[in-house]
Design a protein around this ligand. Structure first.
Ligand SMILES: C[S@@+](CC[C@H](N)C(=O)[O-])C[C@H]1O[C@@H](n2cnc3c(N)ncnc32)[C@H](O)[C@@H]1O
Length: 402
């Protein structure tokens, strides 16, 4: 049977007690009950109520204890079941733990194995990286070396370029000089060709006029050139000079001998200061059979003085017997004797010349001979003179006929 809770009992008791007491108070006030009786009744009610509450509380406490006991038993059973479950759970957990440990070990081994492979791969990669790094380092060194080499090469190239520029400039200057020299050379060659042609032409000309009987001596060089010989032969052919005086013997002595034989009946006196050349010229003249028209006179150089000046000239005694000279070829003494060594020719021979005599001075391209000829013209206004464009330069002077 279900019992009332003590609290409910207390409330009911208190309510009843209250009702009783109120009733008693009212009864007492109404005079129906004596106050003392009312108090005794109130107290009795209160005690009764309190007792009911206590009894109800005890009964309730007993029930409660029984319920607690039953509950405790149920809880024990539940605990036992829970314990069993826990035991099973523990066993399950143990199994799981073991499997987990095994799995973890397997996983660990797998991971370690994988890590090992990775480590080996890593080591291999590291080695490759090391090798690569070493290669890169070598390449870097090579690049640096190459850069240094390039820098050296660049400097060398700059030096070479500078040297090449200098060399090119020098070469250019030398080429300019060479070009100038070549141009001069070309001009010289052209002049020489023109001179050679003129000499050849003159030689052909005089050889066509004359008929040499023996090999002729070489012309040009120390000997007279064909152009001057042609000039002399023209004078012989035109004027038929009775006497021709030649200062300086040699090849011209032979040519003049042939000219005299060919064009006129005069003779040639060739003055020669050197005994050996005098002999050689005589032999040459004899070889051509010209000894009848050509006389080579040895006349050593002797001091000749005029106007306070002295010149080495042929001994004048060699011409003392000559008069009526129509042509004088001044081709000696050699220039090496003295610059004005030929100067005395005109002052010495002019008095022995015929009217209208001709003087031909060779080698007037040389200053000494040119000066001597100029002096003649200056000192003898009766002379007319002009330059003749011969290879070595020539001056023609003539005493104007009166
Ligand atoms: C300019 S040469 C001219 C000689 C000459 N009028 C002639 O045309 O052949 C003048 C002098 O050269 C010298 N001579 C002559 N024959 C020579 C020779 N074969 N070699 C070098 N000198 C010579 C002589 O002393 C001569 O008087």
């Amino acid at each position: 049977m279900r019992t009332l809770s003590p609290r409910l009992l207390l409330v009911i008791s208190a309510a009843l007690a209250g009702v009783v007491m109120i009733t008693l108070v009212l009864l007492s006030a109404a005079g129906a009950v004596e106050p003392i009786v009312a108090v005794e009744l109130a107290l009795s009610v209160m005690i009764l109520g309190t007792t009911a509450v206590i009894v109800a509380g005890g009964r309730r406490t007993d029930g409660k204890a029984l319920r607690i006991d039953a509950r405790t038993k149920r809880q024990d059973a539940a605990l036992a079941r829970t314990e069993q479950s826990l035991t099973r759970l523990t066993a399950t957990l143990d199994g799981l733990t073991g499997r987990l440990e095994d799995a973890a070990r397997d996983q660990s081994r797998t991971v370690l194995a994988a890590l090992g492979e990775d480590r080996m791969e890593l080591a291999a990669q590291t080695q490759r990286l090391d090798r690569l790094s070493a290669a890169v380092s070598r390449v870097e060194t090579a690049v640096r070396q190459s850069a240094d080499d390039l820098s050296d090469l660049h400097k060398h190239h700059e030096r070479l370029t500078g040297a090449a520029v200098h060399a090119a400039r020098d070469l250019g200057e030398r080429l300019d000089e060479l070009g100038g020299t070549l141009r001069h050379g070309q001009a010289d060659l052209a002049r020489a060709a023109r001179r050679d042609y003129a000499q050849l032409e003159a030689l052909i000309d005089v050889r066509a006029l004359l008929e040499p009987r023996a090999p002729l001596p070489r012309l040009r060089g120390w000997a007279a050139s064909p152009d001057v010989l042609r000039l002399l032969i023209e004078r012989v052919a035109a004027d038929h000079p009775k006497i021709i005086v030649e200062c300086g013997s040699g090849a011209s002595s032979v040519w003049l001998g042939y000219a005299v034989q060919r064009f006129g009946g005069g003779r040639i006196v060739a003055l020669e200061h050197d005994e050996r050349f005098a002999e050689a010229s005589r032999d040459l003249v004899a070889a051509h059979g010209l000894q009848d028209v050509v006389e080579v006179r040895h006349a050593p150089l002797t001091p000749w003085t005029a106007g306070g000046e002295t010149f080495p000239w042929y001994d004048t005694r060699a011409v003392d017997d000559l008069n009526g000279v129509g042509l004088v070829f001044v081709d000696g003494p050699p220039g090496a004797v003295a610059p004005l060594a030929r100067y005395p020719a005109l002052p010495v021979l002019l008095p022995r010349c015929a009217e209208g005599a001709w003087f031909v001075m060779d080698d007037t391209d040389r200053p000494g001979e040119r000066e001597a000829a100029d002096r003649w013209l200056t000192e003898h206004p009766e002379l007319t003179g002009f330059a003749y464009p011969a290879e070595k330069g020539a001056m023609i002077l003539r005493r104007t006929p009166r």
